[in-house]
Ligand binder design. Sequence first.
Ligand code: RI2
Length: 319
Amino acid sequence: MGEPEIRAAVEETAVQIAEMEIRGAATIADAAARALERQATESDAEGAEAFRREMRAAARRLLDTRPTAVSLPNSLRYVLGRMDGDSVESLRASTVAGAREFRARLETAQDDLGAIGANRLQDGDTVLFHCHSTDVLSCIEAAVERGTSLEAIVKETRPRKQGHITARELRELGVPVTLIVDGAAGRYLDESDHVFVGADSVTADGAVVNKIGTRPLAVTARERDTPVVVAAQTLKLDPTTLSGHTVEIEMRDEREVVGDDERVEIGEITVENPAFDVTPPRYVDAIVTERGQFPPESIVFLMRELFGEQSTRPWEDGS
Ligand code: RI2
């Protein structure tokens, strides 16, 4: 029995996720579901078991790309969990239907979350942003559509400057933006009414794993009584943390921090580039999901309701 054939569309998506051409937890989940759909549609596996093996191998290839955002394994769980049947045709049809259902739910969830997050925002508020999160921007878009007038302070978010994407999208929504370097956040917290951040994973104890720099921002915000709101669809809840697993923090290439020439100029040093940090629940005021707003300490009850006590690994052979 040879290696299962992974379709080019899956390989391309995996490379794009690893290189962050496709990025952002929800966008990655959407792309992974779309890639599994392509694998199912294009597969020429002969026999139901060969088809299942291919789908599991494709899911593992996608999973191998970036370790931190739980939206990726949750997307694979959803789609493979819907794969059902005893012929290639029935397996294909159920997988495609599962992928489409997942993507439709993703969009609805983000709209519902946005409507809830917008309730926190008052006319004339200033919001401080870190990184680029489609869940956060959905809250702002909903508020703007209601006629709420907002101002934005946007951290540039080194090393990859995703703050620039946030700044551009806020401008497109008609929100006036002030861009600041990351180190200036403390000063601008004094004039901010809220901090809004996204999440790549939320753990059972209510800790928030998000873009590096979220934790120091949240700690400083707490010291100044500026509420920290995390916009995170339930897709960002990590079921493996219910049974004590921890979230792996992705370490990325040092060239995102310092260029080759600069490095030679500095001399022999070590460069580290963690992509995410962990903000403990005591620094977070609320986690806004499509199911409502939760104090971080109570998110475990929602997790149990959604996932039970067990998390599945349907991409493993023999599962
Ligand atoms: P949405 C991003 O990670 C950011 O950390 C952002 O807060 C999070 O994903 C969630 O994004 P990266 O892929 O799902 O830029 O809200 O490393 O779009």
